[in-house]
Design a protein around this ligand. Structure first.
Ligand SMILES: NC(=O)c1ccc[n+]([C@@H]2O[C@H](COP(=O)([O-])OP(=O)(O)OC[C@H]3O[C@@H](n4cnc5c(N)ncnc54)[C@H](O)[C@@H]3O)[C@@H](O)[C@H]2O)c1
Length: 383
């Protein structure tokens, strides 16, 4: 349907400079936990060469390269010195959330394509600045939402887009963990100065992407948000590191009621820690059918079991499960490979910022509404 309507749109083909025919030179910004997954998957791509790495912590990039079998990689103390000194085709921004915007904007302004880890950033203002830099640069920017490449997630979108459920009017999404504040590698997820946002951004962005991508990313209009931090601020929570409670300065739970363009209601909740196993499955209600997406224990954007469809057929209320799909290709590999393909051939980024800016606007709206204690109207500029 959308494809048919799109044929009437006037489209201006953007001509992007590409790097086809030679090895794509990649630099890694931030050599922490997730950078390992980037490197492991770049190494699977024969047309990619990791030439540089940067980290603010002295010695960290060097140790990282040794541990990950990277030799001959030039090392830098921050993103700027690396981008200035190297002739890079692309960077992976693998820093904590608070420096996503500055690293991404700097790279784009210097003509470098960017694969940016999720969440896009911390605030809507930062997201707007990133989108503007992307537009001015003409480079590829893709945001790191690998769950999108899961065939079951794609099936979810296909079902919704097929019209099988009728007009979608209500969505409940989110999930979370009973005890799962992420501190395996220190405190960068739980300090405001590095993470900026807690569960809301870290795993909330996945829940939002799951459903917004399925329904075609309508513009969010208003948000009533709530956040709390009862577990993170309790020293008893961190049995081996009670001192973590002193630096915990983000949310560990968030809930919201969001109105989307097209008169769709989004009911959202997310948790790093709570006294329950799950705050509920994701459900999508349409006029012809309903869909249930089972939650998971470790909420990270994955699907916890077969999708279930509820319909009335021949006057009978029936439910059926959609057989689970498996394609044996790692989702993280797909995220890296599709980004490199876009860098080489030009065209659309696999996960475009034009969609994820709405994801970020909701996250920012929830944080702001929670602080104000009232509903807010979102003001998202056209880029
Ligand atoms: N896609 C996924 O599955 C997934 C999984 C985990 C984390 N993440 C995301 O990846 C990001 C990083 O998470 P992490 O666990 O690797 O964090 P981390 O704290 O282990 O590593 C981040 C590193 O970035 C460095 N850094 C920060 N600013 C920098 C700058 N300007 N220049 C150079 N280095 C800089 C820090 O010194 C740190 O070593 C987060 O935004 C997180 O949400 C994504």
């Amino acid at each position: 349907m959308a494809g048919i309507l799109d044929r009437f749109k006037e489209t201006v083909e953007e001509v992007k400079e590409t790097v086809s025919g030679k090895k794509v030179k990649v630099g890694i910004i931030g050599t922490g936990w997730i950078a390992e997954a980037h490197v492991a998957n770049y190494k699977q791509c024969e047309d990619v060469e990791i030439v540089a790495a940067a980290d603010l912590i002295p010695g960290k990039a060097e140790k990282f390269c040794k541990a990950n079998g990277l030799s001959g990689v030039r090392l830098y103390p921050d993103h700027k010195s690396m981008v200035d000194a190297e002739e890079l085709d692309a960077v992976s921004v693998c820093t904590y959330n608070k420096t996503h915007a500055e690293c991404t904007i700097y790279a784009l302004e210097h003509g470098v394509n960017v694969l940016l880890e999720k969440p896009m950033c911390v605030t809507l203002d930062e997201a707007v600045a990133i989108c503007k830099a992307e537009k001015a640069s003409g480079k590829i920017l893709s945001i790191g939402f690998q769950p999108r490449f899961d065939p079951n997630m794609q099936m979810l979108k296909k079902i919704v887009q097929s019209g099988e459920l009728g007009r979608i009017y209500y969505i409940q999404t989110g999930g979370g963990r009973r005890r799962g504040i992420p501190t395996p590698y220190g405190t960068s997820f739980i300090e405001e100065k590095t993470a900026g946002i807690g569960a809301l951004g870290d795993i909330g962005c996945y829940s939002l992407d799951m459903v917004l991508n399925a329904i075609g990313y309508p513009k969010p209009l208003t948000v009533t948000g709530y956040t709390s931090a009862f577990f993170g601020k309790d020293p008893a929570y961190f049995t081996n590191h009670p001192e973590y409670a002193d630096v915990f300065s983000v949310d560990d739970f968030a809930a919201a009621f969001v109105r989307l363009e097209g008169d769709v209601i989004l009911d959202f909740r997310i948790s790093w820690a709570m006294n329950l196993d799950t705050p509920g499955d994701t459900i999508i209600l349409g006029t012809k059918g309903g869909l249930r997406v089972p939650s998971t224990e470790c909420w990270n954007g994955s699907i916890g079991g077969p999708l279930k469809i509820y319909r009335t057929v021949a006057g009978e209320e029936i439910e059926y499960e959609v057989p689970e799909k498996e394609d044996n290709v790692d989702n993280f590999y797909k995220k890296i490979r599709l980004f490199i393909d876009a860098v080489k051939e030009g065209g659309e980024p696999p996960v475009p910022s034009s969609q994820i800016i709405y994801n970020q606007a909701i996250i920012d709206g929830i944080a702001k509404s929670a602080a104000l204690g009232r509903e807010i109207t979102l003001d998202i500029p056209e880029i």
